[in-house]
Design a protein around this ligand. Structure first.
Ligand code: FAD
Ligand code: NAD
Length: 540
């Protein structure tokens, strides 16, 4: 808050009296001292000297990027932080473009991966850079771009293909390869229509695709579909040519890696073309290079869980399809006194029981969060002030946890501290319902006091109901009445708790909590001979 106040004070934080300049690499290198420190992030240069004392990670951490391109370092530590908003008063200008780097960029383009402009590539992609002519044919009104005959020909092919593939008669590759931007493995898309529906089909050319892999957002005429393909995102981004209704359906044909998004037309008329391409349309982008996309969600309910932790329920917009995979988090964004503040949160289920009875519906619109309110914190008091019906922006999911870590799992150990319990909620739910090989789940839940324990009675009921689950509470600041386990995470606590059923049993230990807790836990787990593959730690 002190930093935000300083940025609003009208003080000249760059020393350039409001001017923006073009910065050469040579110039950037000169500003490498604490009291004169410039850093480049994604092609924009900031004077971070006034920010030094406010940086949560300390001055030395910032100095690691002094006088250089800090994009990679920034991405490693906190890619999600909204530096554009936090540092807007520190903006010196953008990096000067070197003509020579254009060649590198074109080389990159050949690999068909989009990387946002920055020192490395020197220029920002423009939309026209990323379209192959063939894709344009698919989107644009043919007669303006190509000959009418060709247009009719392609349209007929598409129609024929759509018809035949619906009948299961035509090999998939026949049309998708024609539309592919580059190479047979590049994802592609296609569209077809009936009187009332428009179907956009995405061919991922991967088999491990499911409903979690696709995120669709439609706002007015903008249609955006992100498909997660391994470490990349395949983006379809189109300004639709005609109006559609709010809701749509998404279907995944896992065996062939095909996704179908079915839009409902507002008017039953034939569309001549799907729409016009928008930024980064038909691109495969490494996930680490993509910005986070946010949509506005409405606060539906807020319920006390402990004295300082609440269960928030947010509703996705009707024209969004998004499912947060187990073990992943999202970012919530609020504007606090004019500065956009972003913090990560891990969605949970509405209760430990509800999902055991009723599985999540594919089009579930509600997303639940267990959030602890820190009275002196920056974000959570503001979140807590939201009224039912207010909006908060939510990003697409992120995280490194993969469901494949559960494969043939026999013993699952969960070490959670405070709100570090949040990723364990969906993990518990999944483990007890969907891992046939599972013998035992043990949760050790560390808190300061009994009053801090989230969902204590639900956990106890669940452990009573399902004999495979054991729950142990450990308190670091208990009252004299507490006769359970006490203290911080320690070798004594863990060696007693983490007993494998059999020497060779397939084991996973998940750990989440305050950073020192997690770091210490990982060290202790290694000392107890758990291998790297047997440990998953949750961090940002
Ligand atoms: P902050 O402003 O960060 O302050 C938190 C506390 O630290 C306050 O008591 C504050 O006074 C103190 N503090 C701040 N700065 C300093 C300082 N310089 N020196 C000393 N003390 C200081 N939290 C949840 O509740 N639920 C979740 O599901 C959840 N999921 C997460 C997922 C991930 C991947 C990560 C990394 C974190 C998650 N968190 C979760 C934590 C969450 O992101 C926030 O860190 C938390 O909500 C605090 O935010 P805040 O801005 O309100 O508090
Ligand atoms: P807290 O301060 O109430 O502490 C809970 C317990 O953590 C304590 O009782 C103690 O056993 C342990 N602990 C705390 N500090 C410790 C230390 N220095 N060394 C060893 N053990 C320690 O916890 P909280 O306020 O609920 O904070 C939860 C933390 O979990 C936050 O830092 C949050 O960012 C993190 N979190 C991370 C993720 C994630 O990465 N996916 C998800 C949720 C929460």
């Amino acid at each position: 808050m002190d930093w935000i106040r300083l940025t609003k004070s009208g003080k000249d934080l760059t020393g350039l009296k409001g001017r923006l300049i073009e910065v050469t690499e040579e110039e950037l290198k000169k500003h490498n001292k604490k009291d004169d420190c410039w850093i480049c992030i994604r092609g924009f240069v900031y004077n971070v000297s006034p920010y030094m004392e406010y940086h949560p990670g300390g001055e030395d951490e910032l100095m690691r990027a002094a006088g250089s391109d800090g994009t990679e370092l920034f991405d490693q530590v906190h890619r999600w932080v909204n530096y554009e908003s936090m540092l807007k008063e520190c903006l010196v200008g953008r990096m000067a473009v070197k003509p020579a780097v254009l060649k590198d960029y074109r080389e990159e383009e050949k690999k068909v991966l989009n990387v946002k402009g920055g020192i490395k590539y020197g220029i920002q992609h423009s939309t026209s850079d990323v379209f192959s002519p063939v894709t344009s044919c698919n989107l644009d009104p043919g007669p303006y771009k190509i000959g009418t005959h060709l247009h009719i020909y392609i349209f007929s092919c598409l129609f024929l293909w759509a018809y035949l593939s619906l009948c299961g008669m035509l090999p998939k590759s026949q049309v998708t390869d024609t539309l592919a931007k580059e190479g047979p493995n590049y994802p592609s898309y296609d569209w077809f229509q009936t009187d009332s529906l428009v179907t956009i089909a995405i061919y991922t050319k991967q088999k491990d695709i499911n409903l979690d892999s696709i995120i669709v957002d439609r706002q007015d005429d903008s249609f955006r579909a992100e498909t997660i393909i391994k470490d990349c995102l395949y983006l379809i981004h189109i300004g639709l040519s005609r109006e559609v209704q709010e809701d749509f359906s998404v279907r995944v044909i896992e065996s062939v890696g095909k996704i179908e998004i079915v839009l409902k037309k507002k008017e039953n008329t034939s569309w001549n073309f799907l729409g016009h391409p928008l930024e980064n349309h038909h691109s495969l982008i490494p996930r680490k290079d993509t910005g986070l996309y946010y949509r506005k969600c409405q606060l539906i309910s807020k319920e006390d869980v402990t004295h300082d932790t609440r269960l928030f329920c947010l509703m996705l917009p009707p024209s969004t399809h998004l499912q947060v995979p187990i073990g992943q988090h999202v970012y919530l964004k609020l504007s606090i006194t004019g500065t956009e503040i972003v913090k990560p949160y891990t969605p949970v289920s509405g209760s430990l029981f509800s999902e055991f009875k009723e599985p999540v519906l594919p089009n579930n619109k509600y997303i639940y969060f267990l959030i602890k309110i820190y009275p002196t914190g920056l974000f959570t008091p503001e979140l807590d002030r939201l009224q039912i019906g207010d909006f908060v922006s939510m990003s697409s999911p992120e995280g490194t946890f993969k469901i494949s870590e559960f494969q043939e799992l026999e013993d699952l150990f969960l070490l959670a501290a405070g709100t570090g319990f949040t990723p364990m909620v969906k993990i518990l739910n999944y483990a007890l319902t969907d891992i046939p090989t599972l013998r035992k789940v043990k949760l050790m839940f560390f808190n300061k006091t009994e009053d801090d324990i989230i969902w204590r009675s639900q956990l106890e009921k669940l452990a009573f109901k399902d004999k495979r689950l054991d729950v142990e509470f450990v308190l670091s600041a208990p009252t004299s009445e507490w006769n359970g386990k006490q203290g911080h995470i320690s070798p004594a606590l863990l060696s007693e708790f983490l007993k494998r059923n059999l020497d060779k049993s397939r084991v996973l230990v998940c750990i989440c909590g305050p950073v020192p807790f997690t770091e210490q836990g990982i060290r202790l787990l290694h000392d107890l001979n758990f291998s790297k593959n047997e440990i998953h730690s949750f961090t940002a």
